[in-house]
Design a protein around this ligand. Structure first.
Ligand code: ADE
Ligand code: ZN
Ligand code: ZN
Length: 283
């Protein structure tokens, strides 16, 4: 291999290794569903906090931690929790060393957001992390590891694109299902994504809505985040087990049909749960 191709390969690997979290559309959908269910007090508070940086909606900031300077080697582990795939329970010592995982960070930033003794800059920053991380923890591959960096090392071709298992769960699965397309520099069509979020929200059954809107999340945020992580982790097996042993033409259509309902429900759930936490933190 020439030096040039080695350099190209290395840079591709490096770019891939930074992939994390639902793509921007997934985070925006979670933010939009949440925003639709804020009470008047929380909505006003959110607007006031966002206005400090000239933003007006939660979907403007939902992917900030993936795109801005704070994404450093130190903060990268904050986006996931590596519960081994074969385990069923979260173990803080094993899965969240130095409290550097998404479970611990949800708790930290929910409490900061609720703390009115902090200045509004710090509370805005807490809001930005929190909106993002409640999305991340609901992505099943952000709550598991199989010695493959949450599926990042499982290479595959998906609808003609060379990618990996983790990445399709962040983006391609929902993009195909909702007919969304990412533009350059993570840009996306906000109007289309907002419509998709409204449709997903309207499709939530009354039973699920009642379950996912139950109050009392902030008071027990430590346990709440563990429950979310374990629930998300329990769905990760489907991502691996539904891969065919031989990837025939059109295997992606079958995969979509199996996994999209799972991913879709996680987005709906994340949106409603985020609204509850925000309503409780901003009263
Ligand atoms: N890196 C290591 N584990 C990961 C995970 N579960 N999700 C995203 N990135 C990771
Ligand atoms: Zn993330
Ligand atoms: Zn990811």
């Amino acid at each position: 291999m020439s030096n040039y191709s080695i350099t190209m390969l290395l840079s591709l690997l490096l770019v891939n290794s930074t992939a994390s979290a639902w793509g921007p559309e997934g985070h925006a959908i979670v933010a939009d569903i949440a925003e639709a269910h804020l009470n008047a007090v929380a909505q006003n508070e959110v607007r006031a906090l966002l206005a400090q940086e000239g933003n007006s909606n939660l979907d403007d900031i939902a992917s900030w931690p993936d795109q801005s300077p704070p994404k450093t080697p130190q903060t990268a582990p904050w986006h996931y929790v590596d519960i081994p795939l074969e385990e069923s329970q979260y173990n803080a010592n094993r899965d969240c060393p130095q409290s550097s995982c998404v479970v611990a960070k949800i708790s930290t930033y929910a409490q900061k957001l609720a703390d009115t003794s902090l200045d509004n800059r710090s509370r805005l920053e807490a809001l930005k992390w929190l909106v993002h991380f409640i999305g991340d923890i609901h992505q099943p591959l952000h709550a598991e590891n199989r010695n493959d960096r949450g599926g990042n090392q499982v290479s595959l071709t998906y609808y003609d694109k060379n990618t990996n298992l983790h990445s399709i769960w962040d983006g391609a699965i929902l993009e195909h299902a909702l007919n969304l397309h990412l533009g350059p520099h993570f840009s996306f069509n906000h109007a289309l994504v907002r419509q998709a979020a409204t449709d997903l929200d309207n499709a939530i059954s009354n039973e699920d809505r009642n379950t996912w809107s139950q109050s009392g999340l902030l008071n027990s945020i430590d346990n709440t985040a563990v429950t979310w992580a374990e629930e998300s982790h329990a769905l990760a097996g489907i991502a691996y087990n539904s891969l065919p042993s031989v990837m025939n033409d059109h295997w992606e259509d079958n995969y979509q049909a199996t996994v999209w309902p799972v991913a879709r429900k996680q987005l709906q759930k994340a949106g409603l749960r985020l609204s509850v936490v925000l309503n409780e933190a901003l009263q």
